[in-house]
Write a protein that binds this ligand. Structure first.
Ligand SMILES: Cc1cc2nc3c(=O)[nH]c(=O)nc-3n(C[C@H](O)[C@H](O)[C@H](O)COP(=O)(O)O)c2cc1C
Length: 209
């Protein structure tokens, strides 16, 4: 029979516990680094496979989007999920004729409503409203990227065409179209501006820390 209470056993368990804690810490650290790397490696992907991800994945991605901070604690947006092939084609047409997006099995149409924020903040409501939606879109795009899916922010040209087809009420702006699918290309990691070139200290244009 094992005597769990023996001194030697207790030391052994303590050592094992410490090792596990250290491993856990290492895992957390590598996860943190991976998360930051994900932000740095996100790029627009414009070629997707004709394979449909499970809707649960899409719902989870949208939930990551709607977890974004929001001015005034107001969630002034709606997201319409489009799966229908004909509608996807039409959305491509209404978005500067970017027909490639109809290959994506899901298209998310992002709508913004300004009224509540304009009422709450008469001076800056519209700006806050747009900012609320922009962070939702960025969260969605990052969640798509971290789920190993592909996307690209698509600008809308023919607002009226989409409005009519999707029966969007007048009080909503159609801000963006987000196609989602599995990637069919490895995007080129276009270089960004040097980070330090975009940072100033204390006053505008001052590079001395
Ligand atoms: C507001 C906004 C509108 C955009 N509209 C389009 C678009 O209509 N079509 C497109 O292919 N890419 C569009 N993009 C993606 C940009 O072209 C892309 O993010 C930029 O070239 C940087 O490349 P990256 O996303 O690979 O880092 C848009 C991005 C933003 C933020």
């Amino acid at each position: 029979m094992i005597n769990v209470g023996s001194r030697a056993n207790r030391i052994n368990w303590k050592k094992k516990y410490k090792q596990l804690q250290q491993k856990n810490q290492e895992l957390k650290e590598s996860f943190r680094i991976k998360c930051i790397e994900s932000f740095k490696t996100r790029r627009s992907v414009r070629q997707v496979l004709d394979v449909k991800p499970d809707f649960k994945l899409i719902e989870n991605i949208i939930e990551a989007g709607t977890s974004a901070p929001c001015a005034g604690d107001v969630q002034n947006y709606k997201i319409i999920v489009i799966e229908d092939e004909l509608k996807r084609k039409k959305i491509g047409e209404f978005s500067y004729h970017q027909f490639w997006i109809n290959k994506a099995p899901y298209i998310l149409v992002i709508l913004r409503e300004d009224k509540e924020l304009k009422k709450k903040y008469p001076d800056n409501g519209e700006l806050y409203s747009m900012q609320n939606v922009a962070v939702v879109i960025q969260n969605i795009m990052m969640a798509i990227h971290m789920s190993k899916l592909a996307t690209c922010w698509i600008a809308v040209k023919n607002d009226d065409g989409i409005r009519e087809m999707l029966e969007v009420p007048d009080e909503y702006h159609i801000d963006a179209v987000i196609p989602v699918g599995y990637p069919n290309e490895v995007p080129f990691l276009e270089k960004r501006a040097e980070t330090m070139a975009l940072i100033d200290f204390k006053t505008f244009g001052n590079k001395m820390r």
